[in-house]
Structure formats: C-alpha cells, structure tokens
Design a binder for this molecule. Structure first.
Ligand code: HEM
Length: 222
C-alpha cells in the first residue's frame, strides 16, 4: 500500500464536504426556495417560512464555517509550508482565497443571524446569496490553481520525500535545526529518512534522495 497521509485525506474530505454542503445550500435557496416561496406564499406565510428556514439552517452554516477554517488550516500546514513548496506565488494566491472565504463567512453569518444591524442585508438576500455564490465559484477556481501551483513548485522527479514521509518521519529536532540555519545564514546539513537536505542561508536544496524517496514523490501522494 502506498505511503498515505491519513490526516490529509480526512482533512480534505471534511473540507470538500463542508464546502459542498454550505455552497449547495446557498445555491438551493437562491435558485429554488426563494423564487418558489415568493410566487406561492403571501407575505405573512413567506416571513414565517423564512424564519423557520433561518433557524434550521443557521447551525449548519456555523458548523461548516468552523470545519472549513480548521481543515483549511490543516491542509495549509501539511501542504504549503516551506521547504515543501516555494512560498510564491502559492501564498499570495492563498491570501486572496482566504480573504474571499472570510467575505463569504461574514455574509453567510449575517444572513442566518438575527442582528438588527444586518436586517437590510437579509431583506436583499437574493443579492447577497448571489454574491456568496460568485465568491465561492472564484474560490473553487483558486483552490484548483493552488493545487497546480503547489505541484509545479515542488522539486522534480523523486528529488523530494513524500508529504507523508516528511510529516510522519521527520525527526522533531529538524525544524529547530532548519530555523537555526536560516537565522545564522550558515550552511548546514540535516537528514531525514528519504533525503539529505542542504541549507544554505535562505536557500533550501534537496539532494541525493535515497531509494525510499525516489519511489515516493510528493506529487504522487496529494
Ligand atoms: C467558502 C470557503 C472555502 C471553499 C469553497 C474551499 C474550497 C476548496 C476546494 C474545492 C479545495 C480543493 C480540495 C482538494 O483538492 O482536495 C480546497 C483546498 C484547500 N483549501 Fe479551501 N475552501 C474554502 C475555505 C478555506 C479556508 C478558510 C482555508 C484556510 C484556512 C482553506 C485552505 C485550503 C487549502 C490549504 C487547500 C489545499 C490547496 C492545495 O491543494 O494546495 N480553504 N478548498
């Protein structure tokens, strides 16, 4: 069996499921529920339905936001910290995605909330649900871009140990050693199963992989 990273597998599964549930719910409301309620119900019944839906949907929205933040941070820590990838342009694109996600979280929380300050926002729920869906579409595009940028910014053809090899087998002392090397700008060598890593100031080179690393590249695993 391949050297799987189960934490990453579960984290991505929950991340995608939460995104599908939250964005799918918003799409259903904008495209089906709102127009149907408007064309079939009088104002009073519409208000009652709106309140009933809000009450039931709010806990799901809050749970999805919490899950997206937790699993998103987990994905980032496993996949996107140097020396596993070059920070640019990955971190810049990630910053844009993160800000857009915060925008969605704000709008979604305001729409399912009861704060009088956001009453006007709830009265124009069609517009703001549309904004949520537009932002979500861009975020999904950016997420695909992140994945491609990450794969293309990794060392080529077996020069890197797998993500799982790094996260599970890298000795605890290694980050300290890397940090010390970066701080002092002095070249040093450190070793983990699968690769020898040479640090020269801020530049990190992966060299002379062992047989273990050659057969398991990060690109094959994520
Ligand atoms: C509305 C909110 C969000 C949506 C719709 C969304 C959607 C996605 C999708 C579709 C993927 C691709 C999953 C895969 O390839 O397995 C992804 C990956 C990812 N997401 Fe999110 N996400 C959202 C929020 C967040 C947040 C808040 C964070 C950070 C805290 C985050 C961090 C990440 C990371 C690091 C990845 C991995 C990208 C890579 O492959 O390099 N996401 N997200």
């Amino acid at each position: 069996m391949h050297d799987l990273n189960y934490l990453l597998l579960v984290s991505r599964w929950i991340h995608l499921s939460a995104a599908i549930l939250a964005i799918g719910g918003a799409a259903f409301m904008l495209l089906a529920l709102l127009p149907s309620a408007k064309s079939t119900l009088d104002d009073e019944a519409h208000q009652r339905l709106r309140e009933a839906v809000r009450k039931r949907w709010a806990p799901w929205v809050h749970t999805c936001i919490a899950l997206l933040l937790i699993t998103g941070a987990t994905n980032f820590l496993i996949l996107a910290l140097p020396p596993r990838i070059k920070p640019m342009p990955y971190h810049a694109i990630f910053g844009v995605k993160f800000l857009m996600a915060l925008g969605i979280f704000f709008l979604a929380t305001a729409l399912v909330g009861r704060s009088p300050g956001f009453a006007t926002l709830r009265e124009n729920s069609r517009t703001w649900l549309g904004a949520i869906l537009l932002l979500a579409a861009i975020i999904v595009l950016l997420s695909g871009l992140l994945s491609q940028v990450r794969l293309s910014s990794q060392p080529q053809n077996g020069d890197a140990p797998s993500v799982s090899a790094v996260t599970r087998k890298m000795p605890a002392a290694e980050p300290t050693m890397i940090a010390a090397s970066i701080m002092s700008h002095r070249p040093s060598r450190c070793r983990w199963p699968g690769a020898t890593m040479r640090m020269a100031g801020r530049r990190t080179l992966l060299a002379k992989p062992t047989a273990h690393a050659t057969s398991h590249t990060a690109a094959q695993h994520v």
